[in-house]
Design a protein around this ligand. Sequence first.
Ligand SMILES: *[C@@H]1O[C@H](CO)[C@@H](O)[C@H](O)[C@H]1NC(C)=O
Ligand SMILES: *[C@@H]1O[C@H](CO)[C@@H](O)[C@H](O)[C@H]1NC(C)=O
Ligand SMILES: *[C@@H]1O[C@H](CO)[C@@H](O)[C@H](O)[C@H]1NC(C)=O
Ligand SMILES: *[C@@H]1O[C@H](CO)[C@@H](O)[C@H](O)[C@H]1NC(C)=O
Length: 256
Amino acid sequence: MSASYLCTLCVLCFVLTLARGVYIRAPSGKESYAQYPKWNACINASLSFEFKTSQGTGILMYTDDGGSYDFFELSLEGGAARLRINIVDGHDGSVEFQVGQNLNDNKWHRVTLQRNRMETTFSVDQESSKNVSYGSDFYFGKLENNSDVFFGGLPESYMKNLENLALPSVMFSKHLAVEIRNVIYGNCSCEPVRGSLVNGVSLDGRFTEACEQRNPCGDCLCISADAGPQCQCDETDRCGKGKRTGYSGNFMSTGA
Ligand SMILES: *[C@@H]1O[C@H](CO)[C@@H](O)[C@H](O)[C@H]1NC(C)=O
Ligand SMILES: *[C@@H]1O[C@H](CO)[C@@H](O)[C@H](O)[C@H]1NC(C)=O
Ligand SMILES: *[C@@H]1O[C@H](CO)[C@@H](O)[C@H](O)[C@H]1NC(C)=O
Ligand SMILES: *[C@@H]1O[C@H](CO)[C@@H](O)[C@H](O)[C@H]1NC(C)=O
C-alpha cells in the first residue's frame, strides 16, 4: 500500500467517523447534557438546530430566565416534538405546540423556533405550528439572569437549586440520547450566528461538527453537512455584512 493511499484512507476515516454532530449519550441515572451559549430571545429572535435520535421520549432543549417565569422547553414525546413556552410574566401564560411524528427514526431533523412579538412559530422539517402568548411583556427574561441553552438534559447541580429554574419539573424528565448539530441563533441580530458547545457531560468525545473542525466561510454562516462544511451567504448578504470573495452561489459546498 502506498503512503498516499494510506493517507487518503486516513482522511476518509477522519471525515466519516469524526465529522458528526455533538453526541449526548444519556447513560441511565447519570448526568448528561450539552450546554450552548445564551440565546438573546428578543421579540424577533430565532433558534434552530438539527437533531438525530432513536429515543422517542425525553428532553431535547431547555432554556429559561433563571427562575422567575419564562422558559422554552422542547421535548420528544412518543416520537412527536412538543414545545412549551412562557414569555409573559406570571405562571398562567404558557402556550404549547406539537409537531411531527416518528422523529426518533435516527435521521436528521431540523427544528426552528421563530419569535415575532407575541406570536411564536415552531417548525420541525416542513411542518409548523404557531401559537400566541397574551400578556404585556414579551421579553424573554433579563439577559444577565437567563440560563444557557441545554440539550439532552440539564446539569445535576440544579437539583439542589430548583428555585433557579422557571420550570423545575424539567429536572424530573427523562434525558435524551441525541446527536445535535448546527445550533444557529437569530440572537436579536440581523444575521444568524453559530453557537459552539460551551460544556457538557456524557458526551461522546469522538464527534465534533464539520464546521468546528474547519470553518472556511469567513463572514458567511457555516453549516455542517455530512460531506463537510458548507457556506451559506444569503442572510449575511441581506444584512449587508458580506465582504466575501470567491463564492458564487447562495449555498455552496466547499467540499469535505
Ligand atoms: C396554544 O397553547 C394553548 C395553551 O397551552 C393550547 O391550549 C392550544 O391548543 C395551543 N394552540 C395550538 C394551535 O397549538
Ligand atoms: C437578576 O437576579 C438577581 C438575583 O435574583 C436580581 O437581584 C437582579 O435584579 C436580576 N437582574 C435583573 C436585570 O432582573
Ligand atoms: C431584530 O431586531 C433588532 C433590534 O430591533 C434588529 O437590529 C435586527 O436586525 C432584527 N433581526 C431580524 C432578523 O430582523
Ligand atoms: C447571544 O447573545 C448573548 C447576549 O449578547 C450572548 O451572551 C451569547 O453568547 C450569544 N450567542 C451566540 C451563539 O453568539
